[in-house]
Design a protein around this ligand. Structure first.
Ligand code: GLP
Length: 242
């Protein structure tokens, strides 16, 4: 893993955003894997600004998001569909037909996951995947488990994830307990990965990911086996690294 440490979240936004801009300039019809959360917001702002400045166009880009809550209307501000439009898509020239998110309101979740896997394969696979990390080491919504997953699946969120994410909802009951997520196999099939983490709250998960054993107990640790991962950290997130 190529680990790079920065002073501020804003610097990470620019540096990681520039990897995405270069990817789009090198291959205008590339396939991007995208993530949600507070961490990537500066990066999405940077990409939106570069697009508005005319430096890069997302007109031919295809995107696949990592995950989506189950049974939350896409119109809800905390749906990942709404998040992605608010923080990135609405500030670029991407075509809506090229945007893909798992449908957390599908009647048949298995069929939805199967169709998503097929759509990713038909698009030629993900060229560049963005990842953040949960405080429990999750990537996408691949929670700590006894085995690594492969394709997309429906997951029961852990108490740790519910505690981290419920603060964004008006009431605790509104926070979904299930989500659809790309599997670890999907993430590992991406040709290149950009990983970002900021703040001391992520230090233990980042330590386990980089210096711990490769184990589904810390799903992010599988990234030790990927040949092209750039890890962008601030000092807080890098605090426990040797
Ligand atoms: C969420 C998402 C992840 C994200 C993580 C961290 O639950 N499913 O894809 O990486 O949690 O989010 P944040 O950046 O807000 O800490």
């Amino acid at each position: 893993m190529d680990v790079r440490i920065y002073q501020t979240a804003a610097e990470i936004g620019e540096a990681a955003g520039e990897v995405f801009v270069q990817q789009i300039l090198d291959k205008p019809d590339c396939v991007l894997g995208l993530a949600t959360g507070v961490t990537p917001i500066p990066m999405y702002t940077y990409i939106g600004n570069q697009c508005n400045a005319g430096r890069v166009s997302l007109k031919k880009v295809t995107t696949f998001n990592l995950d989506e809550y189950c049974n939350l209307p896409v119109t809800h501000r905390e749906s990942y569909y709404a998040f992605m439009h608010r923080n990135l898509f609405d500030h670029t020239d991407i075509l809506e037909e090229n945007v893909h998110l798992l449908n957390g309101n599908a009647d048949d979740f298995d069929a939805e996951c199967e169709a998503y896997e097929k759509a990713m394969a038909a698009a030629g696979g993900v060229d560049l995947q963005l990842l953040g990390i949960g405080t429990n080491g999750h990537i996408g919504f691949n929670e700590p488990s006894d085995e690594f997953s492969d394709g997309p699946f429906k997951v029961k969120l852990t108490e740790s994830t519910i505690t981290s994410n419920k603060i964004y909802f008006d009431t605790e009951d509104e926070m979904p307990r299930y989500a659809l997520t790309m599997g670890i196999g999907d993430i590992m099939r991406a040709k290149k990965i950009v990983f970002i983490a900021t703040g001391e709250g992520k230090a233990k998960a980042v330590y386990d990911m980089i210096e711990g054993p490769v184990s589904p107990k810390c799903p992010a640790s599988i990234l030790q086996n990927h040949k092209d991962v750039i890890v962008f950290l601030d000092k807080g997130a890098a605090k426990l690294l040797k």
